[in-house]
Design a protein around this ligand. Structure first.
Ligand SMILES: NC(=O)c1ccc[n+]([C@@H]2O[C@H](COP(=O)([O-])OP(=O)(O)OC[C@H]3O[C@@H](n4cnc5c(N)ncnc54)[C@H](O)[C@@H]3O)[C@@H](O)[C@H]2O)c1
Length: 332
């Protein structure tokens, strides 16, 4: 989504006034509002006039259309490549081995790049084979792609085994895979509900279950569950998504209490609206980081910093907690 409101902003307009999302989307995705307060369908451009957005190369793009430079190397705010030619041996995650679900796209891909840049080795678990394999190739010998449908316990078991076989251990699990849809009560089906819950909540439960012994064996270890601002505040018309993200916040706490004696920390991250394919943003979408955080969307790399922190020893006294990266959206 470019300009359009983030998932959680779907509950408030620019003046902070609550509203109810309008008609259910025919695409099965949640109706949302853009910066002008106009309803739009994620993945489709807003109809209101917005400031032109630019991709990583500074090239303007139209929301919903791929950036013309999406093949360009990913760069940070200062223009430095996000993935150095050789992972850092002295980085903040040097020696760490991570499994990132949903690592082929959006925030998961950004976290994978950041992890490798900080010296970790990373396994990308996803159902998007082409994108996952492409990113793994970009990241080189310190990354691999595995097929992982997070709703399948057998896939999780295989992904954990593959991670340990490849890199010798597993000490960071990022439960990042997720889907977004919505619809008003009376139109939103049980099938839709079950699908979202199975990916967004059962998926992380199965991941924790499969990875538990490997994480304990590799202690100190860390689990980062990617919840949402929608795990802190309700969002009208997004019942399963909100429930799944509140549920993941709860699972984080029960797992953190259980695993603390075993040297495994478990925390949840709560992003606000982030420019990823989930909300219709093209690959490589950028934001003016000097702009008002309350009125702009975030970029994936702004969440990766928090995920790196939680995966690293810097957060050694943090567990069972919620870490909000939402530009202030839930502040009041
Ligand atoms: N983008 C936002 O505004 C936003 C805000 C808050 C939280 N989140 C959460 O962040 C996480 C990442 O979202 P994103 O915005 O990067 O979305 P995205 O759509 O870019 O990436 C999601 C990834 O999950 C994968 N996936 C979907 N179903 C899967 C399954 N069954 N098994 C394995 N992988 C599967 C997809 O293939 C994709 O690679 C999600 O949990 C999402 O709910 C997103």
């Amino acid at each position: 989504m470019n300009g359009p409101a983030p998932e959680s902003a779907a509950e408030r307009d620019r003046e902070g006034i609550l509203f109810t999302p309008g008609e259910p989307s025919t695409s099965g995705q949640a109706p949302q509002r853009d910066r002008e307060g106009i309803l739009f369908t994620p993945g489709e451009p807003s109809t209101s006039g917005q400031a032109p957005q630019r991709d990583r190369e500074g090239i303007p793009f139209t929301p919903g259309e791929p950036s013309t430079s999406e093949q360009a190397p990913q760069r940070d705010h200062a223009g430095a490549p996000l993935v150095p030619e050789k992972p850092s041996a002295s980085g903040r995650l040097a020696g760490r081995v991570a499994l990132i679900s949903g690592g082929a796209s959006g925030m998961g891909a950004a976290h994978a790049r950041a992890f490798v840049a900080e010296g970790a080795r990373v396994v990308l678990g996803d159902i998007a084979a082409e994108a996952g394999a492409k990113l793994a190739a970009e990241l080189g010998e310190h990354a691999a792609y595995v097929h992982l449908d997070v709703t399948k316990a057998a896939d999780w078991a295989a992904a954990v085994t593959r991670t340990v076989d490849l890199f010798g251990k597993l000490d960071v699990l990022v439960n990042n895979a997720g889907v977004l849809d919505g619809g008003e009560l009376g139109t939103y089906t049980e099938e839709q509900w079950q699908r979202v819950l199975s990916i967004n909540l059962t998926g992380p439960f199965l991941g924790l279950t499969a990875a538990r012994d490997a994480l304990v064996a590799a202690r100190p270890a860390a689990v980062i569950n990617i919840s949402s601002a929608a795990g802190l505040q309700g969002v009208a018309g997004m019942h399963a998504y909100t429930a799944s993200k509140f549920g993941l916040r709860g699972l984080t706490k029960s797992a953190a209490l259980e695993l603390a004696p075993h040297g495994v920390r478990v925390n949840s991250v709560h992003p606000g609206g982030i420019l990823t394919p989930m909300i219709g943003a093209p690959v490589g979408a950028t934001a003016d980081r000097d702009a008002n955080t309350l009125t702009r969307l975030g970029v994936a790399e702004e969440v990766s910093g928090m995920v790196v922190f939680l995966a690293s020893a810097e957060s050694s006294y943090c567990t069972g907690s919620e870490f909000v990266v939402d530009g202030g959206m839930t502040a009041g």
